[in-house]
Design a protein around this ligand. Sequence first.
Ligand code: NAD
Length: 233
Amino acid sequence: MPKPKLAVLSGAGISAESGIPTFRDANGLWEGHDVMEVASPQGWQSNPELVLEFYNQRRKAALNAVPNRGHEILVELEQWYDVTVITQNVDNLHEKAGSSKVLHLHGELFKSRSTVDESLVYQMSGWELNLGDYCEKGSQLRPHIVWFGESVPMMDDAARLSRAAEVFIVVGTSLVVYPAAGLLNTIGPEVPKYIIDPNMPSISSMPNLFLVEKIGSAGLTEVKERLLRSYGL
Ligand code: NAD
């Protein structure tokens, strides 16, 4: 018997217990910066040095961060479910925890990309990317991040996975960044949808919606127990 398909949409909140701050909790500033300065094509054009330094600092913090209980529970659920994590996060804590299938909607901190050929993507081992670091075609490398105003290449895959899900969990996202937030509306009415967040985002009512107003580790503990009970475990 194939395992039932479980899709998870995760956001910055799941990494908060690992010491990586969320974005919107800090009054719309991301680590003290206007998001358009550090996470938009315009910001990159006007001050690439600032943008590179911003992501260097995020990378440095992520390098030392360890997954928390929330990330671990998503790995444990693979014993009973075919789990795919669709994450808005650019850190690699789902992979560090051991999740087998992770789709990064908004890019990955530990990858860089050519500014002349977006098919040239490079894995990074350290935390630094600087002006003067070039791709094999001789152009400046940029962070492999989907910035505000850029298209989201993984969106079709994410929508397909969401539509196929038999259980859907949303954890730690303010659900204000589109098109990611729209995934919730693609889920069938019969599918149980669990939303975990200590400050519940406003969500239009839909069938089989379960709101768990808790931080990631506690909320996922509760949801895991409920799911296993449905298995008679
Ligand atoms: P967001 O900052 O807009 O929202 C964070 C959500 O997490 C809020 O609803 C908040 O109530 C909730 N939260 C706070 N503490 C929590 C906890 N301990 N457990 C569970 N939930 C908690 O984040 P977003 O919706 O993911 O959108 C922000 C964008 O910024 C994303 O696109 C992402 O790429 C980027 N970002 C990424 C990281 C990361 O990779 N860790 C961190 C900050 C921002």
